[in-house]
Design a protein around this ligand. Structure first.
Ligand code: ADE
Ligand code: ZN
Length: 327
């Protein structure tokens, strides 16, 4: 078996995937028509043409607007898994969902159809799943704490924890703004992660804020650790799992795949790196390509690839029994 085939067929666990970004562009246009939602453009290349986080987030938010009915949500949940199995042998996925981006709908009206779709995909395709409820950093701290309280008041099998994404209105990550929401989540046994240290605009020390002030059990992105020896040492010593998303960094930061890429330096330096798509369709990638297009170019062989796929399985938030099935 060739190395590219090995990479494509390797069973994969994905821990950093935003729900709406598994939507195929044709489906985005179809849903916009069906639900009478205006898009910035009808041309797919124009729609997907962002090269920085703030621009991209406009598309990310628009993709929420076209999902109107419960069936829209359930079908996307199912189709997104089916596509990833075909593209790169996905076996398990934890998906971020931003309930605050569906204004006017209850938490249950958003989460329950998605869980239905994911459950159907698990039955048909054998792909395990979990949801991570993500705080939209564009909105205030009290809205985030309310969201976490809603998660606590509406427990669901398969909702494992909380995260935070998007940017603050001033374009910063500001992870520390959400300490109350994270403390509340921790008291109620929810797992915690956060998008921190993603682009050059981010402070590497945001990674320490996530670990020390928010109590995160995982870190999303974390690339800026490479630029701060103390932060890097902390991630090395703790071996906290980090969800890295190579194609996302190429689109949003222009970082090309090679041995000097920050993710390559994180892997070579012994950090506990896992690989995911982030916003698969919008960054024109899929879970297979996060391995096939990336690891050979960064100088890693089959042993490193296998270790990374196993790192994803052991960092999953499902029951340990289900986790060992992935390894
Ligand atoms: N929302 C969706 N993808 C994101 C990313 N890569 N960074 C911040 N917020 C996001
Ligand atoms: Zn992300």
């Amino acid at each position: 078996i060739s190395y590219p085939d090995y990479l494509r067929l390797l069973p994969k666990t994905e821990l950093h995937c935003h729900f709406v970004s598994t939507m195929q562009p044709a489906r985005l246009l179809e849903l916009a028509d069906k639900n009478n939602v205006a898009l910035a453009s009808r041309d797919i290349d124009t729609l997907l043409d962002s090269d920085n986080l703030l621009d991209f987030l406009a598309l990310f938010n628009a993709a929420h607007d076209v999902l109107v009915t419960g069936d829209d949500l359930a079908q996307l949940a199912y189709d997104g898994v089916r596509d990833a199995v075909a593209e790169g042998n996905l076996r398990y996925r934890e998906t971020f969902i931003n309930p605050q981006n569906f204004p006017g709908r209850s938490y249950a009206d958003v989460v329950d159809p998605i869980l239905d779709g994911l459950r159907a995909a698990e039955v048909d395709l054998g792909v395990g799943f979990g949801l991570v409820v993500a705080i939209n950093r564009n909105l205030g701290a009290s809205s985030a704490t309310e969201l976490v309280q809603t998660v606590i008041d509406n427990p669901r099998d398969g909702v494992f924890g909380i995260g935070q994404d998007d940017l603050s209105p001033d374009g910063t990550e500001s992870p520390g703004a959400w300490v109350d929401a994270y403390a509340l989540a921790g008291r109620h046994g929810l797992q915690r992660t956060a998008h921190v240290g993603e682009t050059l605009a981010a402070d590497p020390r945001g990674i320490l804020v996530a670990l020390d002030d928010l109590g995160c059990e995982r870190i999303d992105h974390g690339y800026r650790s490479v630029d701060d020896p103390e932060v890097f040492a902390r991630l090395l010593d703790s071996q906290v799992p980090i969800t890295c998303t190579p194609h996302s960094t190429r689109v949003l930061s222009g970082w090309q795949f090679g041995p000097e890429h920050r993710i390559a330096r994180m892997i070579a330096g012994g950090l506990n790196v896992t690989l995911s798509t982030d916003d698969a369709v919008f960054f024109r990638t899929d879970i297979g390509r996060e391995y096939t297009d990336v690891l050979p170019a960064m100088g890693f062989g089959p042993d490193a690839a296998k270790q990374i796929s196993l790192a994803g399985a052991s960092a999953a938030w499902c029951e340990p029994g289900q986790r060992s099935r992935l390894e």
